[in-house]
Design a binder for this molecule. Structure first.
Ligand SMILES: [Zn+2]
Length: 406
């Protein structure tokens, strides 16, 4: 059961109307209403039923989906969950099942964490420390290890179903085994620190197996709404607001950045960066910087991430990116002791206008007018749905750059 999809069973406008708000129709799938979060006389909150999102044009942080709306209204995500579960008839038992799931995930995290610190299995901890990670960082992230095929499975006495539902253990022919057997485990936590899933890295000496595997989406784990490292960034800095948040590719990159004194780092695990990820990150910062590998896959990922960012960026919420060059990532930077070079890279990020220029520079027609028309079309396609004020600021940048180029 995915509770979030239950909450999206009906159009957002219908839900809000049912909550007593007065909505008026603007276009086929969009409505407006007075914003309940500021003193609003002239309806400035727009609801988009196709996307299931809302946005107030006055309050910068009033936007998101139904869950965000209730979180703003109730003051906490926990209360919002309760309110929405009640409203959509997601029963108390299911609600309780969720907390029992949280306990199982916590238990698994503990079992694996202790195994990593257990002197009986020194190899994995030695390996991680050999890559430059300190015990402090391993502890902050609750990194663990699953030494045998039956390590967690063999230790469970109750609620076996919860572990199976979260794919922590797998049932096969009447017996159970650990999904993360013989792997280094990285607990994935939500922003409040609850464990919702795991990533597992193969042992360094393992062959013919996937290097990384991740928990499948499940009752607790919604990949498009979870980023790895956000909770740890909050713990390490003692703050919930960041001057910027770096988005790196994987677990080891996040840990390496912490080790190098850069704790404001997250990763999207086993999935590409989505609009929802960015909405989540912009609750904690006004600047998101993608820090992606310089290889082919890294560039593809960056392009997808930037596209996902376009509907979310504004005059105050900005994205930029840093490329580390081919065959380099944060993990290697740490291993090779290139921290100073790394920091100098971070000081000069690429900005959004460069992305647009790059996209438009490759559009050519058979003559100047046709080229201009094709570019205009591409520009309109790319900026559709973007914040109008930001588009207005970007435009002259792009134009002067393109004139120089043609
Ligand atoms: Zn408002």
């Amino acid at each position: 059961m995915d509770v979030f999809s239950e909450f999206k069973r009906i159009p957002l406008s219908e839900y809000l109307t049912g909550q007593g708000f007065n909505l008026s129709r603007v276009k086929a799938h969009s409505y407006k209403m007075c914003c309940p979060f500021h003193d609003d006389k002239n309806p400035s909150l727009v609801v988009d039923d196709q996307k299931g999102t809302f946005r107030c044009f006055v309050c910068p942080d009033v936007k998101g989906d139904i869950f965000d709306f209730e979180t703003l209204r109730c003051g906490s995500s926990k209360e919002a969950m309760k309110t929405l579960c009640d409203h959509f008839g997601v029963s108390r038992t299911e609600h309780n099942e969720l907390s029992s799931m949280h306990k199982s995930a916590f238990y698994a995290k503990e079992v694996y964490r202790r195994a990593l610190m257990n002197p009986k299995y020194p190899a994995i901890k030695d390996y991680l420390m050999g890559r430059g990670l300190s015990e402090r960082t391993l502890e902050l992230f609750d990194v663990g290890f699953c030494p045998t095929r039956n390590y967690l499975a063999g230790s469970i006495k109750h609620n076996r179903e919860d572990f199976i539902a979260q794919q922590l253990i797998v049932e096969k022919n009447d017996s159970c085994y650990d999904f993360f057997a013989h792997r280094i485990t990285f607990p994935i936590k939500d922003a409040t620190g609850q464990v919702v899933g795991f990533g597992g890295r193969a042992k360094p000496d393992a062959t013919d197996t996937a290097k990384y595997i991740n928990s499948a989406a499940g009752p607790l784990y919604d990949k498009s709404r979870t980023v790895y490292g956000l909770h740890e960034a909050k713990v390490a800095t003692g703050s919930r607001e960041f001057e910027c948040l770096y988005v790196v590719e994987g677990y080891m990159d996040v840990l390496a950045c912490h080790e190098m004194g850069l704790p404001n780092v997250v990763a999207c695990c086993g999935t590409s960066v989505s609009e929802e990820h960015l909405r989540l990150l912009f609750q904690y910062t006004n600047r998101v910087v993608f820090l992606l590998d310089g290889d082919q896959a890294g560039f593809k990922g960056l392009k997808k991430a930037l596209e996902a960012a376009l509907p979310v960026v504004s005059l105050t919420k900005m994205v930029s990116w840093v490329s580390l060059g081919s065959d380099m990532d944060a993990g290697l930077v740490l291993e090779k002791g290139k921290g100073a070079w790394f920091k100098s890279k971070l000081d000069l990020p690429h900005t959004l206008d460069e992305y647009f220029r790059g996209e438009l520079a490759v559009v050519y027609g058979t003559n100047l007018l046709e080229t201009a028309c094709l570019r205009e079309q591409r520009w309109l396609d790319m900026t559709r749905g973007m914040d109008a004020d930001l588009v207005r600021v970007l435009r002259p940048f792009i134009e002067s750059a393109l004139h120089e180029g043609t």
